[in-house]
Design a binder for this molecule. Structure first.
Ligand code: GLN
Length: 467
């Protein structure tokens, strides 16, 4: 088997045809991890023994002729998704030894299918960042050029799939954290409709923006994993009723918000236009759409995200769970624990979030941002009255160098311009490989982003397969 090209569909066929066993497949991935993880650092922890046990159990199910789409399929899990008895640290020192006491709903669903869990993948601490450089455990490297970032925050998951160290992976996306690393690593990454996948057991960053999603080598793999984890869940009060709207038959109209696509590097623009031509040749109509409020999306995101992050992270106080630094009075336990446990970007978000929520400023910042968020939602709603999908590049430029944007957090925030509007609106979007651009003699992948209307995952999968 060639792990660099293997897909879930092909592995399923071969497993069911008994060409190799789930244990063979798992061992092949564990070997690849052994060889590559030292350099790429996609995994924070590898569960070799339990993975082999899960593979053997899957082989028994396959032998009994009872396999499901993901039985015996080895996947990677982002370090902010809970698996009972396993450490889930969100790549933070404050949760370094925190063991999950229950399974996330997505994990229960995958366990029921007999999935093999290879290990937990690196990320930016608490899913704050765009490069994995905010991990307390050191960055992941881009398999296409190890001097560059893999994107973030699900950079470990994306690099694991791209480097043949997992067949597919789970990630989470609050403002682009699945789509941007998928783009930088040359794979497919889906951010589902808000509420389509349960957030029960996802370590919260910004609850109104967070979604668990899927990464795979191609659209079909991302879809197979999504179909396995989606669905209503009583454990998540924001979970949607099951609504898997089938793709519309016939010719589709695709909208391009041209006035919003200004700051693109020329090669990314060229790749984007050439992908549009491909779609045109396949019978799609390409039309301009106006999304006038998107110009405010970054500003709105970088108020709402820190506000919710500061609230969610308040529970990490050295008393309930996680790191606890002893001190004489309780206030000092809080401050010493949080000072020792949180990295610089996490502290920055907590400070900004506390400020925008404070009584004197909440009207000017937080409430204003919430109002503008409604305008952004309304822009999308209006556009989807006339088009079936909206497309734009996933990122304004290809993978940047490790260390390149470390000194200037705002330059890193600007990278999120095309991904954050989707989370603010709650709509689904997928990044699919959209060609390459050359940097320093290396071919770097770029992403083509397809945004759907609420519940429109199956439509964007169908379009993604035509790219
Ligand atoms: N880069 C964005 C941020 O830092 C998005 C992160 C994410 O999607 N988790 O907030």
């Amino acid at each position: 088997m060639d792990l660099s090209t293997l897909t879930i569909t092909e592995a399923r066929r071969a497993l069911d045809a008994k060409e190799y066993s789930a244990l063979d497949l798992t061992n092949a991935y564990l070997d690849a991890i052994e060889k590559k993880n030292g350099e790429i650092h996609a995994y924070l922890e590898v569960w070799a023994d339990s993975a082999r046990e899960e593979a053997k159990a899957a082989d028994a199910v396959i032998a009994a002729g009872k396999s499901q789409p993901l039985t015996g399929i080895p996947i990677a899990v982002k370090d902010n998704i809970l698996i009972e008895g396993r450490i889930a640290s969100a790549a933070s020192k404050i949760l370094e030894n925190y063991k999950a006491s229950y399974d996330a709903t997505v994990i229960s669903k995958l366990k029921a299918q007999g999935v093999v869990f290879l290990g937990r993948t690196n990320m930016d601490e608490f899913a704050l960042g765009s490069s994995t450089e905010n991990s307390a455990y050191g960055p992941t490297k881009n398999p296409h050029d190890t001097s560059r970032v893999p994107g973030g925050t699900s950079g470990g998951s994306a690099a694991a799939v791209a480097a043949g160290m997992a067949l597919a992976a789970l990630g989470s996306d609050t403002g682009g954290s699945i789509r941007q690393p998928a783009a930088f690593c040359g794979i497919a990454g889906l951010k589902p409709t808000y509420g389509a996948v349960s957030r029960s057991g996802l370590i919260a960053a910004a609850s109104s923006l967070d979604q668990i999603g899927t990464l795979g080598k191609n659209v079909e793999d991302a879809k197979i994993l999504f179909d396995a984890v989606r669905g209503h869940d009583a454990m998540d009060s924001t979970s949607l009723p099951d609504a898997n709207i089938p793709p519309k038959a016939g010719r589709k109209a695709i909208g391009v918000p041209r006035e919003f696509l200004t700051d693109l590097t020329p090669e990314i623009r060229a790749q984007f236009e050439s992908t549009l031509d491909t779609l045109k040749n396949k019978g799609y109509t390409i039309v301009d759409v106006a999304l006038p409020s998107l110009q405010y999306a970054l500003a709105v995101y970088y108020i709402i995200n820190p506000a919710e992050v500061s609230t969610n992270l308040a529970r990490l106080d050295g008393i309930r769970y996680g790191l606890s630094v002893p001190a004489d009075v309780i206030g000092e336990v809080y401050s010493k624990t949080r000072a020792a446990g949180f990295g610089p970007e996490t502290r920055r978000r907590v400070l900004v979030g506390t400020f925008v929520l404070s009584s004197g400023y909440a009207d000017a910042y937080y409430r204003k941002a919430r109002s503008v968020r409604e305008l952004i939602r309304a822009d999308f709603a209006k556009a989807f009255e006339t088009v079936d999908a909206i497309v734009m590049p996933t990122t304004p430029s290809p993978a940047f160098k490790l260390g390149e944007k470390n000194s200037d957090p705002v330059s890193l925030y600007l990278e999120d311009i095309f991904t954050v509007p989707v989370n603010l609106a709650g709509v689904p979007a997928i990044s699919v490989p959209g060609g390459t651009v050359e940097r320093d003699g290396k071919k770097l992948p770029v992403g083509f982003q397809i945004i759907g209307a609420w519940g429109g995952e199956q439509t964007i999968f169908a379009i993604g397969k035509d790219v």
